[in-house]
Design a protein around this ligand. Structure first.
Ligand code: SF4
Length: 400
């Protein structure tokens, strides 16, 4: 298969200091001196060098090391990994290079050394700035750890993202707003917010099933997401995606690559990738280097529309027309959504309205239903958010 070059590179680090009670991601607990960590990094370095030899990395514009907890690897392993990347990917001033980190393992010296090698963006898994909520989640760090790590990262790069979670046990609207207010006051230019969800097989799921813990209050979480929208927008962080807010120009370009059909290479255990054949238009989804799904051009166009509609800027009219060419029912679905105030258009782009944001699942369902009724059997409705491991998942950039 003739391939387009990759525009984005993702490296997965499937290790953490411990498993959080709510986590269903592809990661495992390890000790810092576990020899498997050294072997894993050596394997990644080998894969990076091999991909460079195959000339797959010459047009990579965004890199993302995610997990798991990449910062848990520690300075020696991370420096070796990032050094290998710096030799293999043309890192220019415009390349976006993100490292996910947990606050307890992002020391100022680590920030300094990685920045020197090309890392220019840090995504911190803060989740909350209230200690009792962090304890309820089973996180290892404290709010003070987050403040220290955030200050170090902001001082070095200015391009930092915080993940915050709503619906945490013991959290109420007041404490949620306190976390948001503190994030805004810190000057962090990117925040991702997301509701706690109870995933099968996790300690949280068992606790809820046994009646030892309440499940999330979805109405309450919806209100908290509205609170986040209000406070973050007021602080100058514009919403550009379902769960992502940023100062203009500091949106996560790596995530935008996933949502705009840019081919990406995923390296590491359980990492997903996507590539396209420019001759046939076939899109392939990969997991651990193996093709796990093939999308024909009609399915790929539909996927591009679905992913594009999760962003505020929506999709260009030309892209929608291409999808309509494969599946004429989509035209009626979009006209109907415009009539219902879910979607708006200026003739050049179609984008979700505020009502469309609030009823996001309704928008996706209508697009999906149109595809199922029509000629196209659409791709899986799951959409990648952030790290393309756990392919694809609900998350945005940053540590879970
Ligand atoms: S939530 Fe993050 S830090 Fe916790 S176990 Fe999962 S990947 Fe690791």
């Amino acid at each position: 298969m003739e391939r387009l070059p990759y525009g984005a590179l993702y490296l997965h680090v499937p290790f953490c200091a411990q498993r959080c009670g709510y986590c269903a991601f592809a990661t495992e607990a390890a000790r810092p001196d576990d020899p498997r960590l050294d072997a894993y990094v050596e394997g990644l370095v080998h894969d990076i060098r091999a991909a460079a030899h195959e000339r797959l990395l010459g047009r990579v514009e965004t890199l993302y090391i995610g997990g798991g907890t990449p910062s848990f690897l520690g300075p020696r392993r991370l420096v070796s990994l990032v050094y290998a990347l710096s030799l293999s990917v043309p890192l220019g001033p415009d390349t976006e290079f993100t490292l996910e980190a947990n606050p307890e393992s992002l020391a100022p010296t680590l920030v300094r050394d990685l920045y020197a090698l090309g890392v220019n963006r840090f995504s911190l898994g803060a989740q909350s700035l209230v200690d009792e909520e962090l304890r309820a989640l089973g996180r290892r760090h404290t709010a003070a750890d987050t403040r220290r790590a955030l200050a170090a990262a902001l001082e070095r790069t200015g391009n930092v993202s915080l993940d915050l979670m709503c619906g945490i046990p013991l959290q109420d609207r007041g404490s949620w707003k306190a976390s948001l207010d503190e994030a805004c006051a810190s000057g962090v230019p990117h925040v991702s917010v997301y509701p706690l969800s109870i995933e099968d097989g996790t300690p949280f799921a068992r606790a809820v099933a046994a009646g030892r813990q309440e499940g999330p209050d979805e109405d309450g979480q919806a209100q908290m997401m509205l609170d986040a929208n209000e406070l973050l927008e007021a602080a100058g962080l514009a919403r550009y995606e379902v769960a992502s807010f940023a100062r203009p120009g500091l949106e996560c370009r790596h995530n935008i690559a996933y949502w705009t059909g840019v081919p990406y290479l995923g390296l590491g255990r359980g990492a997903a990738g996507m590539r396209e054949d420019p001759r046939t238009g076939e899109r392939q989804r990969l997991l651990d280097g193996r093709v796990v799904e093939r999308l024909d051009p009609a399915q790929a166009a539909l996927e591009d529309v679905m992913l594009g509609m999760r962003m505020c800027r929506g999709v260009p009219a030309g892209l929608l027309q291409r999808a309509v060419g494969h599946n004429p029912r989509l035209a009626a679905a979009f006209a109907e959504m415009e009539g219902l105030g879910l979607v708006e258009s200026d003739g050049r782009r179609y984008r979700p309205t505020s009502r469309g944001w609030l009823l996001g699942n309704e928008v996706y369902r209508r697009i999906w239903d149109a595809a199922e009724d029509g000629a196209v059997r659409g791709p899986a409705q799951q959409v990648p958010e952030g790290a393309p491991v756990r392919a694809p998942a609900r998350r945005t950039a940053g540590d879970p």
